[in-house]
Design a protein around this ligand. Structure first.
Ligand code: ZN
Length: 79
């Protein structure tokens, strides 16, 4: 099983050995396995997701409003 990142699907996909299209030997001696995703895109077996853009830094933590506690008294008052 392979779990490369498919840029068309924008996610990692689980692909079996039946999805192998070809092997490409690199000059380094390593072998690159190319698979075909279910969407038709050829992906390298070791393709990883592009780095997500970091979220903007929060300058000041925002206070979370306290949850309103519903008691029998407040429930009776609301009805
Ligand atoms: Zn895909």
């Amino acid at each position: 099983m392979f779990a490369p990142y498919c840029s068309t699907c924008a996610s990692r996909v689980l692909l079996t050995t039946r999805r192998i299209v070809r092997f490409t030997s690199e000059e380094t001696g390593l072998v690159d396995v190319v698979l075909r995703c279910y969407c038709g895109t050829e992906v390298s077996a070791d393709a990883t997701a592009p780095h997500a853009t970091p979220l903007p830094a929060v300058s000041k933590p925002q206070a979370v409003p306290a949850a309103r506690v519903l008691t029998r008294a407040t429930a009776a008052a609301a009805s």
